[in-house]
Structures are given as structure tokens and as C-alpha cells.
Design a protein around this ligand. Structure first.
Ligand code: NAD
Ligand code: SER
Length: 316
């Protein structure tokens, strides 16, 4: 049977790239892009796009039925930094959107649902280095609590109703197509724009805040790989650790200086420092590697080179 995909949150940092990649695989007309806000010309020009507020359960159901959708990629969420500014509203959006998606998938017997979790599911009591797949999880941010609850719900829908849920715990994602959506790891995107524009950057995290990060092409590949993996290969239906590359703001600045020697970084930690301090520095992803062959192409040096080249092109 032909797959028909619904992407929810196609205008965001991940959706703006994942939608295009999915269209390459399944065909432009078989990937329906949706968001609560307008999408890029690249997305609207090549295939179907609809405005959808995923909190509107009846409209979601209408689109799923009308378009005969078989798989959903649900990317809409309020990220860590923004969620701390509006805790209850963010909890409502993150949880109600997921429940709408899971309930529709159950009722309409959809084939698969992708919903991303995050390194934010871990908390200050989690081991910070080589964080195992299964460990202490006591997140202390509203975003992290919503992601941990979401992981429990997607596993519940798999076990109880057979909804084929798939998920990865993304680290901080770095990309140049679309700006980052209000998270704690956004400094690692902003720094490239400021390095090219002004040769200086004031970082909202301190110099030694090591966090797991990943370049977008590796994240897109991991997303599609976990969705395409045979069901018998998956040993869990909550969410897989994916580690990517870990570095500190100082290490990233030093890498940028290899290309822009007079680049200067200063540090002025804000409320996001406490969030970063509660997350692991480096996580262990051996279960994802073993189950469905997670692999990466980009290290810090390679990612920095491509980011600088592509951001430079944007300003040329
Ligand atoms: P983003 O904020 O860039 O994009 C989210 C998109 O969802 C936006 O375009 C927004 O308009 C849309 N949206 C918000 N509310 C909506 C609603 N009610 N109905 C429909 N659309 C709505 O986020 P992103 O970085 O692309 O992240 C996508 C997913 O991946 C999220 O679940 C996020 O928690 C997760 N994630 C992202 C990262 C990262 O570093 N980017 C890391 C870990 C997990
Ligand atoms: N990049 C995300 C954030 O900082 C991690 O989930 O919120």
C-alpha cells in the first residue's frame, strides 16, 4: 500500500528539512505538510500544505481521513527555553497535541507515528556522562516533564492499542535552513550567524556547559531510519537515546576560530544555564546502534565547516 504522510510542525527547525527529505522518498504529493503558521516557499511550492492547529482534534481527524494518511510525523511542541516562560500553556500544547495524534492514530488504525523526545527527559539526578538508555529520570523543566510523560504515553499506546510508535531523544540540533525554536541548545546555531555577521557572540551559557548536539542531516537520517526499521528490530517503543557529538561553547568557539581567527566569544549565562546544568553532557546510544543501526556522518570539525559555508552563502 502506498504511504501517505502527515507532517505536523513543518515550518519549524526540523520540519522544514524533514518534510523535503520525506517528499524525496515518498513523492511530493504523498507528504502533506501542516503547521499553525505559514511554511516556506520550498514546502508550499512543491507539494500540499495546510494550516493546522494540532490542538483542533476534529480538523486533524478530518485531514487524516480525507487524505487517507498512513503515517504521522508530529513535530509541534514548545521547546525548553520558551516552555519555562509559559509553563501551563506549554504543558497543554505539548501533551494535548500528542494525545490528539495518538487517539487519531488508534481510531483510524494508522500504520506509524513518529514523535520526538529529547535529552530534556533527563534531570539533575541522572548520570551526566555516558547516560544509559535506562536510568534515573527526574527532569525539572516543564519541557522535560512533558517529554518524559510523552514517552510513557507512546509506549502505552503501542502496548495497549498496537499503535506503532517510534521515537528518538534528539540532542540539540544544529542547522542553517530555519532558525532554532526557543531551546537551550539554540546558542550552537546562533553562534554561526553572529560569527559571520559580527565576528563576535555573547553566549547565554557558560564556557564549560557540555551538551549533546547533532547536525541536522544526521538527525534527519536517524529519524527516517528509526521509522523504516522493521518492527522486530526494535527492543523499545518509548524513545531511543541518540548521542551525536558533545561539546562546550568554548570548544565550539575554538573550532570556529580555526576559520575566523579574530572571532570573539563572551559569556553571559541567563535562565537557560540552569536548564543546561540539569541535562547530561554526553549520552550513550548503543541500544539505537544495535537495534536499527544508528550512525553519524558529522563530527564537530565537519559540522562547523559546513555551517560556516552555508551561513556565509545566506549573507552573500
Ligand atoms: P520548532 O519550534 O522549530 O518547530 C515546531 C513547529 O511546530 C513550529 O513551526 C510551530 O509553528 C509548530 N507548532 C507549534 N504549535 C503548533 C500547533 N498547535 N499546531 C501546529 N503546529 C504547531 O521545533 P523543532 O526544533 O523543529 O522541534 C520539533 C520537535 O523536535 C519538537 O517536538 C521538539 O521538542 C523536538 N526536539 C527538537 C530539538 C532541537 O534541537 N531542535 C531537540 C530535541 C527535541
Ligand atoms: N534543543 C532542545 C531544547 O533546547 C532540546 O530538546 O529545548
Amino acid at each position: 500500500m502506498m504511504e501517505k504522510i502527515l507532517v505536523i510542525g513543518c515550518s519549524g527547525q526540523i520540519g522544514s528539512e524533514l518534510t523535503l527529505e520525506l517528499r524525496k522518498i515518498y513523492g511530493n504529493n504523498n507528504v502533506i505538510a501542516t503547521d499553525i503558521r505559514p511554511a516556506s516557499a520550498e514546502i508550499t511550492g512543491a507539494g500540499p500544505f495546510e494550516i493546522l492547529d494540532v490542538l483542533d482534534a476534529s480538523k486533524l481527524q478530518l485531514i487524516l481521513e480525507h487524505e487517507k494518511i498512513t503515517q504521522i510525523y508530529h513535530l509541534a511542541a514548545i521547546l525548553s527555553g520558551n516552555a519555562e516562560k509559559r509553563p501551563l500553556a506549554s504543558w497543554d500544547i505539548n501533551m494535548r497535541s500528542l494525545m490528539n495524534v495518538l487517539e487519531s492514530a488508534r481510531e483510524l488504525k494508522l500504520k506509524k507515528v513518529f514523535w520526538p523526545s529529547s535529552i530534556a527527559v533527563f534531570g539533575p539526578t541522572t548520570p551526566r556522562f555516558d547516560t544509559p538508555q535506562k536510568t534515573v529520570m527526574e527532569p525539572n523543566t516543564v519541557y522535560g516533564i512533558s517529554k518524559l510523560a510523552g514517552e510513557r504515553w507512546i509506549e502505552y499506546y503501542f502496548n495497549k492499542y498496537g499503535v506503532e510508535t517510534r521515537s528518538v531523544r534528539y540532542p540539540g540540533l544544529i542547522s542553517y535552513k530555519t532558525e532554532a525554536g526557543g531551546g537551550t541548545t539554540d546558542y550552537a546555531v546562533e553562534i554561526f550567524y553572529e560569527a559571520i555577521k559580527h565576528k563576535k557572540y555573547e553566549c547565554f551559557l557558560g564556557p564549560d556547559s557540555a551538551l549533546p548536539m547533532m547536525f541536522m542531516p544526521d538527525a534527519i537520517k536517524a529519524t527516517i531510519d528509526v521509522m523504516e526499521a522493521g518492527s522486530s528490530k526494535l527492543s523499545l517503543h518509548s524513545s531511543y537515546n541518540i548521542a551525536g557529538i558533545s561539546f562546550t561553547p568554548k570548544e565550539l568557539a575554538d573550532e570556529i576560530k580555526k576559520h575566523i581567527p579574530d572571532f570573539e566569544i563572551t559569556y553571559k549565562p541567563d535562565f537557560r544555564q540552569a536548564i543546561a546544568d540539569s541535562w547530561p553532557a554526553r549520552i550513550n546510544d548503543e541500544v539505537a546502534k544495535k537495534d536499527w543501526g544508528l550512525n553519524y556522518k558529522y563530527d564537530l570539525a565537519k559540522m562547523t565547516e559546513v555551517m560556516l559555508r552555508e551561513v556565509r552563502k545566506k549573507f552573500a
